[in-house]
Design a protein around this ligand. Structure first.
Ligand SMILES: [Fe+2]
Ligand SMILES: [Fe+2]
Ligand SMILES: [Fe+2]
Length: 410
């Protein structure tokens, strides 16, 4: 992991991860960011405010981990539970020094303008929340129409938004939106190939900010919270894998840089799970072939997101390989034996250990003895690394403590 990390690349990677929650409706955050910036520019916001608006819009749905909640948000124009995720997202961002200034901008991004003006927030913050709300609703309508039909349906979408002028949305903002969305450029840019180019240019214009490893570690923790919040059965999973992987790295006397990388890779290895529908993750029984096929995408999704950050190649690889086995029967690359680094093997052991020690929808947590027996059997059948499993066995209590944050071995 490099010592200086590009903040813009991190925000883009986070936004890619959040977009996964849409399953097939990808790039929601990016379309909202593009439309918000176009409206903000026409509104006359300063470059500094536009930069904040852009980043806030990319991350505006960080309070949504559940595919069920996401489905409500894109299929209904106004939904009774919609404000919960705004508060959750605000509470996540406010805790991190780099995102704290974005938190107020998304705190009320599903609040009607009529109610927003009663709240004790300044006018610019209220307008930005409402701008994100307006374009977010445009994108919900876009999702219902289909991205390739937009030139045909743009007037219908514009008319729907105009209906809520002065009630859901500030009249001033609706006027700006009607203005910027009158041309074809606005709608054509929502298509993925054009959108990516627009955002690449936008991000070149935005301020370069380098962050160090400590700062990134806190961001990784924030994202582990989003992944782990997806289901009550995965609470603490990423944190447990991270703690145990680092602990094993130290026990195996790996260099400090490897132990630090293991800590981060543990936190982020399951980012791709954001794309797994809730009903599969919470199914109270074995998965069928189709569900298994969907589940098997997640480690590759984690890889694709993380490898876009410069200096993250080795962390991306550790996350990518956490379901590979020494025998080469894992996924997604079927990589075997010596082609799996020690670090990748450690994450694989830590992932299984933590999962066994945790309640899952189809079983309660395993006892310490049963967990160890399963790991040993997997090492004997060449799925997990023998030396690492032996290390776990010799240091069982401290490994259990790291994985579960509890001394009680079941
Ligand atoms: Fe949204
Ligand atoms: Fe996984
Ligand atoms: Fe995992």
């Amino acid at each position: 992991m490099s010592d200086q990390i590009d903040f813009r690349q991190v925000v883009h990677a986070l936004s890619d991860a959040l977009d996964l929650v849409g399953i097939d409706e990808l790039q929601h955050g990016k379309r909202v960011a593009f439309m918000a910036v176009e409206c903000g520019r026409a509104f006359g916001f300063t470059d500094k405010t536009l930069d904040r608006l852009y980043h806030a819009a990319l991350l505006h749905d960080c309070g949504v981990s559940s595919t069920t909640v996401h489905h409500h948000l894109v299929s209904e124009l106004d939904w009774a539970g919609s404000e919960d995720h705004c508060h959750r997202g605000h509470d996540l961002l406010i805790k991190h020094e780099l995102f704290a200034n974005l938190a107020p901008l998304i705190h009320h991004h599903h609040t009607h303008w009529e109610q927003l003006t009663d709240l004790d927030i300044n006018n610019e913050t209220a307008l930005i929340n409402n701008c994100i709300y307006l374009v977010d609703r445009v994108d919900a309508l876009v999702a219902q129409q289909g991205i390739d039909e937009l030139l045909f349906c743009k007037d219908e979408i514009r008319a729907t938004i105009n209906k809520y002028r002065g009630s859901f949305f500030a009249s001033l903002l609706v006027d700006v939106f009607m203005d910027v969305s009158a041309n074809e450029f606005f709608w054509l840019t929502l298509q993925p190939r054009h959108l990516n180019l627009y955002l690449a240019e936008m991000s070149l214009d935005s301020q370069v900010q380098q962050i160090n490893q400590d700062c990134f570690l806190r961001i990784a923790n924030m994202f582990a919270n989003i992944v782990d919040a997806k289901s009550p059965f995965t609470v603490e999973h990423s944190h447990g894998v991270s703690r145990l992987a680092k602990h094993l790295g130290l026990l195996l006397e790996l260099p400090k840089s490897s132990c630090d990388a293991l800590e981060v890779a543990g936190l982020l290895h399951d980012l791709g799970k954001l794309r797994v529908p809730d009903e599969i993750l919470e199914k109270p029984g074995p998965l069928n072939q189709k569900e298994l096929a969907i589940m098997k995408q997640h480690s590759f999704d984690s890889y694709q997101i993380l490898r876009r950050i410069n200096g993250f190649e080795s962390i991306a690889e550790m996350a990518a390989l956490h379901h590979e086995t020494i025998s080469g029967e894992g996924y997604p690359f079927h990589r075997a034996g010596l082609k799996l680094s020690k670090e990748a093997r450690i994450i694989a052991v830590a992932d299984i250990f933590q999962a066994l020690a945790q309640n899952r929808p189809y079983r309660t947590s395993m006892t310490g003895d049963k967990t160890m027996a399963i790991l040993e059997e997997m090492a004997a059948s060449n799925k997990l690394d023998q030396e690492i499993v032996q290390t776990v066995q010799k240091n069982f209590s401290s490994c259990w403590q790291a994985a579960t944050n509890s001394a009680d071995e079941g």
